[in-house]
Write a protein that binds this ligand. Structure first.
Ligand SMILES: Cc1ncc(COP(=O)(O)O)c(C=O)c1O
Length: 334
């Protein structure tokens, strides 16, 4: 109860009139995705998602056999205007901040549009937001949940269409497996029953740890440190991409999170990865993040887990391999 209250407080401070009754503690936000699948998704349901999208959601929901309808993105996130609302739509899955895998964020205007569309056309939004606190530049934007709460006021709990997934994995420790779902109480009751069927409850010891670290300010107090370390790593990787990949590809500029999305003209990312691993360089080939398996020339680079000198060297090695694969392409960046 104490942890649920703390989570509810985080949101009520941002204008969402949530109480502990709107919060279910989950075994990481990955379990939240599983709970959504178990309770809300039926075979054949149409799920609109970003293309590319988080691979863990595809993994959680694929066994149910929904139809994934991937919508393209630009530097402002999913092209919300391209969501086809003329066909039945069960839910919109969106990662508004520093999306995994692309690193891109959804603009304020598109956040508002998505919320309005959900209410106009009667679909659910699953807002998966693990990276919000890890912002290195740009201005913080309200979550879709906050926008909706502003729109609905006192009717929020009765009329909300958003299921928000949060986690302590990215700001505390992923191994503790403590996350949460925040949703209207009617939906939350379904998730509670589904969770009981899955694992009865998440580790109470880990919940105590999370609650204590939240209450005594440790989690909040550590964020500036994380932001400082990750910002330097992001900047190093961006700089190295400019130097060693240059005009051979394009990449995103994430304002936070852990990932840069790289597209290399004409590359086969799977083959490139096999070569890169021989040189001790790893990335995730991008096709796994596309609901339709496209994006074979894309890759997700993680800048959070290595110190700057290793990031620079890793991108240098990757650049060399790409140059060997594309001898005809221009060499230097702008
Ligand atoms: C978008 C997204 N959702 C959910 C998760 C799952 O996080 P956890 O289960 O550790 O809270 C991740 C982890 O990488 C993620 O990137």
């Amino acid at each position: 109860m104490a942890l649920r209250e703390q989570v509810a407080l985080m949101f009520s401070r941002r204008g969402v009139p949530a109480t502990a009754d709107n919060v279910l503690i989950t075994t990481g936000s990955q379990q939240g995705l599983d709970m959504v699948g178990r309770t809300l998704i039926d075979p054949g349901d149409r799920i609109v998602c970003e293309s590319p999208t988080y691979i863990g959601a595809l993994q959680a929901w694929r066994p149910i056999k929904p139809q994934f309808d991937g919508v393209a993105m630009d530097e402002n996130g999913m092209l919300i205007d391209q969501v086809d609302t003329t066909r039945p739509l069960k839910l919109l899955y969106v990662l508004p901040n520093f999306q995994n895998p692309s690193g891109v964020s959804l603009s304020l205007e598109r956040r508002r549009k998505a919320v309005e569309m959900a209410h106009r056309h009667g679909f659910i939004i699953v807002e998966d937001d693990p990276y919000r606190s890890l912002r290195y530049s740009g201005e913080e934007l309200p979550s879709l949940l906050e926008i909706e709460a502003g729109m609905l006021g006192a009717d929020w709990n009765a009329n909300s269409r958003i299921i928000y997934l949060g986690t302590f994995s990215k700001v505390m420790a992923p191994g503790l497996r403590v996350g949460w779902m925040l949703a209207p109480t009617t939906a939350l009751r379904m998730f509670v029953l589904a969770k009981q069927g899955a694992d009865l409850h998440s580790s109470t010891l880990n919940q105590y740890i999370a609650e204590a670290l939240l209450r005594n300010g440790t989690i909040e107090g550590n964020i500036p440190f994380l932001v400082g370390v990750y910002r330097e790593r992001r900047d190093t990787m961006i700089d190295a991409l400019q130097t060693y990949i240059g005009k051979r590809g394009t990449w995103t500029y994430p304002e936070g999170g852990l990932f840069i999305w790289l597209r290399v003209y004409g590359a086969n990312a799977q083959a490139l990865m096999a070569e890169a691993l021989k040189h001790n360089v790893a990335f995730v080939p991008g096709d796994a993040f596309f609901p339709d398996g496209s994006g074979t020339d894309t890759m997700r680079l993680n800048f959070s887990c290595m110190p700057p000198d290793k990031i620079r060297e890793g991108i240098r090695r990757l650049g060399e391999l790409i140059a060997e694969m594309q001898p005809a392409a221009p060499i230097s960046g702008d």
